[in-house]
Design a binder for this molecule. Sequence first.
Ligand SMILES: NC(=O)c1ccc[n+]([C@@H]2O[C@H](COP(=O)([O-])OP(=O)(O)OC[C@H]3O[C@@H](n4cnc5c(N)ncnc54)[C@H](OP(=O)(O)O)[C@@H]3O)[C@@H](O)[C@H]2O)c1
Length: 310
Amino acid sequence: MRARTLPGTTITAPNVVLGLMRIAQRSDEQIRELVAAAREVGIDFFDHADIYGGAPHACERRFGEALRLSSAEREQVTIQSKCGIVPDGPYFDFSSAHIVDSVHGSLAALGTDYLDLLLLHRPDALVEPDEVARAFDELAAAGKVRYFGVSNHTPAQIELLRASLDQPLVVNQLQLSLPHAPMVAQGLAANMTGLDQSLQRDGGVLDYCRLHQITVQAWSPFQAGQGRGVFLGSPDYPELNAVIDRLAAGYGVAPEAIATAWITRHPAQMQVVLGTTTPARVRAAAEGSDLPLTRPEWYELARAAGHHVP
Ligand SMILES: NC(=O)c1ccc[n+]([C@@H]2O[C@H](COP(=O)([O-])OP(=O)(O)OC[C@H]3O[C@@H](n4cnc5c(N)ncnc54)[C@H](OP(=O)(O)O)[C@@H]3O)[C@@H](O)[C@H]2O)c1
C-alpha cells in the first residue's frame, strides 16, 4: 500500500482508504471483518459523515459500537468525518453552532475524543467564513479536531474560506471514477468547440488542489455517476470493461484494482475512498494502490470510459 504524509499534516495516510457510508445495516461482526480486511492491506484511514446511514450519526455509531477502540487502537487509525449537510430539507448549514454540534455528535457516536480530519461536506450558499473560522478555532483549541478540509468545493469557494481561517484546508473530497471524471477529462478537451467535455464546471479544481497541496480524495470510485450504478461488470460499459479485464488479466489483479489504479496513477497523489462493504473487494481494490499503469494504458482506459482524447 502506497502511503505518504498528507501535506499540511503529520498524518501518514494510504492512497486507498475506506468509506463507511453503507454500513448502517451491517452487523458488528461484518463491520469488524470489513475493517480487519482493510487493516490487513494497509488501510488505516476511515471516512465518515454525520449524515451517513439515514438517522443522524448512524454509520458513525455502528462503527463505534462494533469496534469499541481502546485509546491505543484509536491512535493507530485516522478517522475523518464531515458535517454541513442537513438531510431534512435538504439544506446546508456552515454556522458555527451547527459545525460544533455536529462534531460533538460524531465524537459521541464514534466513541472517540477527537477527529483527525473534519471536512465541510458540500458548499453552503449562505456560508459566512468568519462563522466557520469560529467553529474551527473552538474545535482545534479543544483538541477535538486535528485538521480541516472540504468536500465538493471549487477553488473560489476554498479561497473564500481560506481568507478567514487560521487552519489550512488540507483535503478536498470530490466525486471521481473512470466514467465520472470531468475534473480530469476537461483539460484534455480545453478550448475545443462542440464538446460537452470542454466545458469547465469546477473552476479547475484538480490543478488548483495540486498547486495548493490540497489532497484530493476520490469518492464513489466504482460508480458511473448520476445514479447510473456500478460500472464494473456492467453491460452498459462493454468497451471499458473489456479494457479493464484485459489489463487486469495482464497484471494478475482484479478489475477493481485497475479502476483504482486509474486514479492512484494520476500524479496528483489522490486518495481513493472505497465504499464497498465486501472484504474481498477491499482487498482487490487495494492491489491498485501502486499499480504502475503506463501512459498508453491510462489513456486507453480514459478513451474506453468515453472521454475524448484528441
Ligand atoms: N463527499 C461526498 O459528497 C461523498 C459522497 C458519496 C460518498 N462519499 C464517500 O465515498 C465512499 C465511497 O462511495 P461509494 O460507496 O459510492 O463508492 P463505491 O466504492 O464506488 O461504491 C461501493 C458500492 O458499489 C457496490 N459494488 C458493486 N460491485 C462492486 C465492485 N465490483 N467493486 C466495488 N463495489 C461494488 C458496493 O457493494 P458491496 O458493498 O456489496 O460490495 C457498494 O454498494 C463512501 O463510503 C463515503 O465515505 C463521499
